[in-house]
Write a protein that binds this ligand. Structure first.
Ligand SMILES: [Fe+2]
Ligand SMILES: [Fe+2]
Length: 193
């Protein structure tokens, strides 16, 4: 599969013109991309795969700082009802699709990087992990994140399962609903174990 120029430029750190992301956000995106780049090298992936993975670091949050209601109008119906903070993934995927990107696995990785998805490919799982494990994200449980980072990229499925399990547990603890896409992601990961 040839890599679309928008994806190639993103992998070099050049965001599409429709991106709306603060400087702080761009730093997060660059750190996610750096982590993904390291993993592709450790996995010995061919160059076009490296480009796809690295581009995800930049593309996944390209619209993270755009107005949520504006994004809602750009998201196709099944996902337009998402909470405001989750619209940026599907909206970015839709922009990429309109730009001519027809790499289904890449579009799915961008669209579902927060929710997860039953059909998430390896690049989407890697993005899901890198988004959580990038070293600039200072949060509780830094020791746990460090431990997971050390196990990457060899134990990608186990690591994703731990992150996803913790997120689902958190939703249960605070009494929030769990989206069907997230349940589907869990079921697909669990059944592979
Ligand atoms: Fe995001
Ligand atoms: Fe992110």
């Amino acid at each position: 599969m040839s890599v679309h120029p928008v994806v190639e430029r993103a992998a070099a750190g050049e965001l599409p013109p429709w991106a709306e992301a603060t400087d702080e956000r761009r730093q997060h995106m660059a750190r996610v991309a750096t982590l993904l780049a390291e993993w592709t090298r450790q996995l010995g992936l061919p160059v076009p795969e490296q480009v796809r993975w690295i581009s995800l670091g930049y593309l996944h949050d390209a619209l993270r700082d755009a107005d949520a209601e504006g994004l809602r109008r750009r998201v196709p119906p099944p996902l337009a009802g998402l909470p405001p903070s989750l619209l940026h993934g599907p909206a970015a995927a839709e922009h990429l699709r309109i730009d001519g990107v027809d790499d289904g696995a890449l579009l799915r990785a961008v669209a579902f990087h927060t929710l997860g998805h039953a059909d998430m490919g390896r690049e989407g799982r890697a993005l899901y992990a890198a988004d959580f494990l990038e070293p600039g994200r200072t949060s509780l449980r830094d020791d746990w994140r460090e431990e997971l980072r050390i196990r990457m990229p060899g134990a990608i499925d186990e690591v994703v399962r731990e992150i996803l399990g913790a997120r689902i547990q958190h939703l249960v603890d605070v009494g929030r609903p769990i989206r069907p896409e997230t349940v589907g992601f869990w079921n697909s990961m669990a059944s592979e174990g």
